[in-house]
Design a protein around this ligand. Structure first.
Ligand code: PHE
Ligand code: ZN
Length: 883
């Protein structure tokens, strides 16, 4: 195996920077291949740094033209320069000015880090360590500086010039076709929040008055001609700003807020101060091109990046180990926003589905790591579900434990204390410890311990004593680097539900006024008294902790929860738990009686009778079975995706048959009237209608095909059109191929729609899919250099198509390995992300496991792997858990 020689960065080695940079003046002369950057840095030794340290600036693929100290150009022997570093051994012990001129090539920058071009426009991406690809710098988040940026470009080439902060000046450069703009950002910030944009862009704008009466101009820049597709994003921005004022008391702090959409972007979006840059997929939407889910994502990501202005920018991170300090907290904030704007229970279920699908999976894989890692080889590989999603769950648990009011007081104190600083997780927790007087040191383990705790629960009713007793025990399996696990502080929101739905009269003094019991020992028992008949325990209401639960209750009792629990999340969970038991048993060849399946179908049918019309979005979630990947995770070892696929198809067919009348009724009654609106209620009706179509097609492919073909013809929005095409892709035959071809033709000039089309085809669970994908890679709209295209076609194949990616002959693995190696030469971040699809390899049955291992080893062997891919491949192959 490849020996990774890259240095490991460790949290315990943190020390303050030896120098500080108070202000930065950047002069950037944009040119397609020879962009000039002159950086003037006002520097001084850091009183907290080492007194005799050399000045060592970071670089990455830089070409140094000149360097001057206090205005005097340095001679060759006065410094040491390489593309990766600029070092001055004898730096002044007094404040000084360093002027550095570099030349960079944005056109050949395929990594999409630093300054690069997308559709001919110039843009930047600096998080985490991209600023060093623009100029030599102390490229670390605890060095905060005030930036002034002058951008100059050919007027025709880049009529729009944007920077961080406020615009201060613009004009033409005398005697040339060039023009310039100067931007000033008064708020000190780390270099990863720097951004600039130059290009031909259309614009929409709106004024916003903040809660203290400041006027702000909000603008979104997009590809010319697509301005109307940004309306929804702009509306979401305005709602986010209002919400942050109302819920967190946070106000915006510049005169302008700009968002730019670009089509080549490694991630979702970036919170650069006053100048957010977005993957255009999360800005552009019209009823014709975007689905309800796209609208929901746009709303969430616009909010997320905006919320970073306080959680991330005003208070930033001391070092990259603290990434969850901004990301987990900001995800929590955007989730709260979406819950307030939409349906809270429906949104909560969606959050938990992603958490389980991505984070629980990561936690059980060779890539498991704590929410705050203690070491990394490549920080880009730590923008993970664990840091983001589990990070958000920690904040939510904190709020559950201390209550809403103290949570808000703690946040206020955190902002007061840490505004303008680079903070740590300890600073965050200290604010809550101080406002509540609680000791949060045990709770802090959530940041340090990786792995998903499992809580085993046993319930016992004593009719004579009228008591109900719950025994709870927690444990966490070993993860890489952590063999021994401690007990966590787990908030269990719970209650008792009576079989007839009447309110429970039982009480328990270990449960607080908000219905929460804190399980902070390996084992504990609690007893409810005054319980007059056998209850069903409803545990982890609202998913109060990111744990797995094992509960010894029969299906019939769980289904009481579906019917009567006041907690919507647990009603859904009850149905999922029963479905999962049946699916896991069917997949592994265990005995499942028809009666069990019929009982479940009957419970779904009566649920549909009673509740489905009240909240269609919720009903759609209840009737949707756990995914094949969820089932694989539940089984956990010796997984055979083929048997899982068959089991799930069979269950869908059975449910479709026994609930056909209900489904038919939904399908016919939930049609849209009036023009398309992306609001949650309308989207909910569409989702139940389309879930019904899916089950009807599973029950009777002939009927399904006819309905889907008809819906595809008559649909007036992308949600319905795509849903019907998706149903058709499950039904092999001529109708499907015709539909696929027509859809591709119709949207041949819409890359974001073609991405959906790529994804649907990549997910077809048939043997021809790999060849189909190879064919689609020749499609004129496909480009191996564009992350959205690659993820849509190849990423979805690896992540969504369980049976074909995990083909028993290993062809799926070999294909992905070849794509990883190809993309690694262009864009290592993209390659590394694709490679994480292998993280499930150890849970596969033997044949598949050895094919996967071979594919991983073939990657590991290659010379000159990027640090990104080298890190993921070596961790994926690492021998034992807990080393
Ligand atoms: N900080 C961005 C966000 O979560 C994500 C991101 C990371 C974007 C790294 C680009 C590069 O909002
Ligand atoms: Zn973020």
């Amino acid at each position: 195996m490849r020996i990774d020689t890259n240095p490991i960065v460790r949290l315990e080695d943190y020390r303050p920077s030896d120098f500080l940079i108070d202000s930065v003046e950047l002069d950037v002369r944009l040119h397609p291949t020879e962009t000039r950057v002159i950086a003037t840095l006002a520097m001084r030794p850091n009183p907290e740094g080492r007194p005799d340290a050399p000045l060592a600036l970071d670089g990455d693929e830089l070409n140094l033209k000149s360097v001057a100290l206090n205005g005097r150009t340095l001679a060759g022997e006065e410094f040491e320069a390489s593309p990766q570093a600029l070092t001055i051994a004898q730096a002044p012990r007094q404040p000084f000015t360093l002027t550095i001129e570099t030349e960079i090539n944005p056109t050949t920058n395929t990594k999409l880090m630093g300054l690069y071009r997308s559709s001919g426009n110039y843009c930047t991406q600096c998080e985490a360590e991209g600023f060093r690809r623009i100029t030599y710098f102390l490229d670390r988040p605890d060095v905060l500086s005030v930036y002034t940026t002058r951008i100059e470009a050919e007027g025709d080439d880049a009529p729009v010039l944007l920077g961080n902060g406020n615009p201060v000046e613009s004009g033409t450069v005398d005697g040339s076709d060039r023009h310039y703009a100067v931007w000033h950002d008064p708020h000190p910030k780390p270099s990863y929040l720097f951004a600039l944009v130059g290009g031909r862009l259309g614009r929409i704008a709106k004024n916003f008055t903040t809660m203290s009466g400041r006027e702000v101009e909000l603008a979104i820049y997009v590809e010319p001609g697509k301005e109307d597709r940004a309306d929804y994003a702009l509306d979401a921005l305005e709602r986010s700003m209002r919400w942050d004022e109302r819920v967190f008391g946070r106000e915006y702090d510049l005169d302008v807020f700009n968002i730019v959409a670009v089509s080549d972007f490694n991630m979702g979006a970036m919170e650069n101060k006053g100048l957010n840059i977005f993957n255009d997929k999360y800005v552009l939407a019209s009823p014709e091109t975007a689905t309800d889910m796209d609208y929901a994502h746009i709303e969430a990501i616009i909010a997320h990046e905006y919320f970073h202005n306080w959680t991330g920018n005003r208070v930033t991170c001391r070092d990259w180990f603290q990434l969850c300090l901004k990301e987990g907290l900001t995800v929590f904030r955007d989730q709260e926003f979406s819950s307030d704007e939409r349906s809270r229970p429906v949104h909560r279920i969606a959050e938990v589905k992603t958490l389980r699908a991505r984070q629980f999976l990561e936690d059980s894989s060779p890539l498991a790591h704590p929410v705050r890692p203690t070491q990394y080889r490549e920080i880009n590989n730590f923008y993970t579900a664990t840091v983001y999603e589990k990070g958000a769950e920690i904040v939510r648990m904190l709020k559950t434990i201390i209550g809403d009011e103290d949570f808000r007081r703690g946040m206020d104190l955190y902002f007061d204390r840490c505004d303008g600083t680079a903070a740590t997780v300890e600073d965050f927790l200290r604010a809550f410890a101080d406002v509540t007087g609680r000791d949060l040191s045990h709770f802090a383990r959530w940041y340090e311990q990786s792995g998903t705790p499992r809580v085993k629960v046993k319930g016992r009713y004593d009719p004579d004593a009228q008591t109900y007793r719950l025994d709870l025990a927690q444990s966490t399996s070993p993860t890489p680097g952590q063999v021994k696990k401690d007990a966590m502080a787990i908030p269990v929101a719970l209650g008792l539900v009576m079989h007839d739905g009447s309110p429970s009269n039982g009480t328990c003094d270990r449960v607080d006024s908000r219905g929460v019991f804190l399980l902070d020992k390996p084992e504990d028992s609690i007893a409810f008294t005054g319980v007059t008949s056998l209850p069903v325990p409803s545990l982890f209401r609202g998913f109060s902790a990111p744990v797995k639960v094992s509960l010894d209750l029969p299906n019939e009792e769980l289904l009481v929860l579906l019917r009567h629990d006041m907690d919507a999340f647990n009603r859904w969970q009850a149905a999922q738990t029963v479905a999962m038991r049946l699916l896991a048993a069917l997949s592994t060849g265990a005995e499942v009686s028809d009666a069990e399946i019929d009982a479940f179908s009957a419970a779904l049918a009566s649920f549909m009778d009673r509740d489905a019309c009240e909240d269609p979005a919720f009903a759609a979630l209840v009737v949707t079975l756990p995914s094949e990947a969820d089932i694989a995770q539940e089984i956990g070892r010796d997984v055979n995706p083929d048997t899982i696929h068959r089991a799930r198809s069979e269950m869908r067919r059975r449910i479709g048959l026994s609930c056909a009348n209900h489904l038919r009724r939904f399908y016919e009654s939930l049609t849209d009237t009036g023009p398309y609106s992306p609001d949650a209620a309308s989207a909910g009706r569409r989702s139940l209608r389309n879930a019904s179509l899916d089950l009807l097609a599973a029950a009777d492919p002939g009927v399904g095909e006819a309905l889907a073909v008809q819906q595809l013809e008559s649909a007036v929005n992308m949600t319905d059109r795509l849903a019907s095409l998706s149903v058709l892709t499950t039904l092999p035959g001529e109708a499907r191929e015709k539909a696929i071809a027509r859809f591709g033709e119709r949207y041949r000039n819409e890359p974001l729609v073609l991405d959906k089309w790529f994804t649907l085809q990549a997910a077809i669970p048939e043997n021809g899919t790999l060849e189909r994908i190879k064919g689609l890679m020749q499609h004129p709209a496909f480009s191996i250099a564009n992350p959205n295209r690659v993820r849509a076609l190849i990423g979805s194949f690896a992540m969504l198509n369980q049976v074909q990616f995990n083909r028993a002959d290993g062809a799926g693995y070999r294909f992905l390995a070849s794509i990883v190696l190809r993309t690694d030469e262009l864009n290592p971040q993209l390659a590394a992300r694709l490679l994480t699809a292998f993280s499930t390899w150890r849970m596969m049955e033997n044949t598949r496991r050895s094919h996967a291992e071979e594919a991983l080893r073939s990657i590991a062997q290659k010379p000159n792997l990027s640090r990104d891919v080298g890190d993921i491949v070596s961790r994926s192959l690492e021998e034992s858990q807990g080393k």
